[in-house]
Design a protein around this ligand. Structure first.
Ligand code: NIG
Ligand code: FE
Length: 415
């Protein structure tokens, strides 16, 4: 299959093939009047349309006319919890009346509510639900998604969730990166025995997850009344020794020092960071930890937003992701996320585009494979029905994506 995405107003390449830090995030690698050539799933050329005809024999290619439109890399959503049973609409209604996320958790709701529901569902049921959810991600232009376990906590249900991750990756057009997050919450059976739960994950679960290749990353909810810094350090160090990449839910509700820990252990990303300290943010920038910000969660919890502007001004690499989950953020609306990132976190549209593409890919270790429009990378691109890239945020909370292309194939077409 050989296709030319022909004659767009702009190609936003986000080129670099590495995470973009600080002022680098302002550069989207713009090509005016550009075209993109994809052969056998890979990008073979990107450049100005005027130069195209002297290099390629157009009659040998499928031509997709992009006149008046723009092309960007497809989006990478590097933080989701998309495999779960049940729903928590009642908790959302309680929050609207003033209850806090932590109060609901302390009353036995929250993550453990979804744990009970997920334990009851079969693998096939969870698989079918997750496939449908991915269909919806795809319509927003997302072609690579991270998916965490953490709604099982016990051995069988965690493995069930991770197997679902593997099956959806194999059977859905969206690529799925699997993360083991047994340390999402303290299961009822280990309340008050958190250290023993960490031991159990280290001794029983991690070796199985690694030997069966069920996950690429390990993640932990490092938070007051959940897992401490010391517990997080212990689990993460062991996961690293076993070859997993590291992620952390850090400094979301209380400032525990998760950002500092992420820097110390050179984690791939630290996520949330609403309460991260100045020093933690600076340490992360120095260690090359991607700051993954999740503004729809802050919006949904009515919390202060993470300090995106401050992180970038201090040389950090920012990715933005949905955090789609049944509790704190039951939304995977990329357009809403873009609106919140620009209006409340102070990011420019250029920074948002890098955060959603190349830096999302970098947060998953995929920056050489996807997340930018460069020769040799997967042909994962979007065609937007707008005349220039600034319209992606100017159309407030509106989906501008018209066509989604995964590995060179049009997999979604709105027109
Ligand atoms: O990233 N903060 C912890 N974990 C999830 C919430 C999951 C849930 O509420 O079910 C998050 O926001
Ligand atoms: Fe999360």
């Amino acid at each position: 299959m050989k296709t030319i995405f022909f004659n767009s107003n702009q190609v936003v390449t986000c080129r670099g093939s590495h995470s973009k830090k600080g002022s680098e995030m302002s550069d989207v690698g713009l090509v005016d009047n550009g075209s993109v050539v994809i052969e056998d799933g890979k990008i073979v050329w990107v450049g100005q349309t005027d130069d195209l005809e002297s290099i390629f024999d157009m009659k040998n290619y499928n031509i997709i006319d992009c006149k008046g439109k723009i092309i960007t890399p497809a989006y990478v959503d590097s933080h989701t919890h998309l495999v779960f049973g049940g729903n928590r609409e009642d908790e959302y209604a309680m929050r609207l009346k003033g209850a806090s996320y932590m109060e609901i958790m302390e009353m036995g709701g929250g993550i453990n509510n979804t744990v009970r529901a997920t334990r009851q569902e079969s693998e096939d049921f969870l698989y079918e639900k997750a496939l449908k959810r991915l269909d919806s991600f795809l319509r927003f232009g997302v072609t690579t998604v991270e998916s965490k376990s953490g709604y099982g906590l016990d051995f069988d249900t965690e493995i069930k969730q991770l197997k679902v991750n593997k099956r959806i990756d194999e059977n859905h057009i969206v690529d799925v990166v699997s993360t083991y997050m047994g340390a999402h919450s303290v299961p009822d059976e280990y309340k008050g025995k958190e250290d023993q739960y960490i031991d159990y994950m280290i001794d029983k679960v991690l070796p199985y997850v690694v030997s069966e290749e069920l996950a690429t990353f390990c993640d932990i909810f490092c938070e007051k009344n959940v897992f401490s810094i010391e517990q997080s350090r212990r689990l993460m160090l062991r996961a690293k020794e076993m070859g997993l990449g590291l992620k952390i839910h850090a400094d979301e509700i209380y400032r525990l020092g998760g950002a500092e820990l992420a820097a110390e252990l050179e984690m791939k990303s630290a996520d949330h960071l609403l309460k991260a300290s100045d020093q933690g943010i600076k340490d992360m920038a120095k260690s090359g930890v991607v700051a993954t910000l999740l503004p729809i969660t802050a919006f949904s919890l009515k919390e202060e937003y993470a300090r995106g502007r401050f992180i970038i001004d201090n040389g950090g690499a920012v990715a933005i992701a949905t955090d789609y989950n049944p509790g704190s953020c039951h939304s995977h609306s990329i357009p809403l996320m873009i609106a919140l990132s620009t209006i409340y976190m102070g990011l420019t549209i250029e920074e948002v585009l890098n955060a959603l593409t190349i830096n999302g890919a970098a947060a998953l270790g995929l920056e050489k494979i996807t997340g930018s429009i460069e020769k040799g990378k997967n042909g994962d691109i979007l065609i937007h029905d707008c005349p220039n890239y600034k319209h992606i945020s100017y159309n407030i909370s509106v989906n501008t994506v018209e066509k989604v292309i995964k590995k060179g194939e049009i997999v979604y077409n709105r027109v």
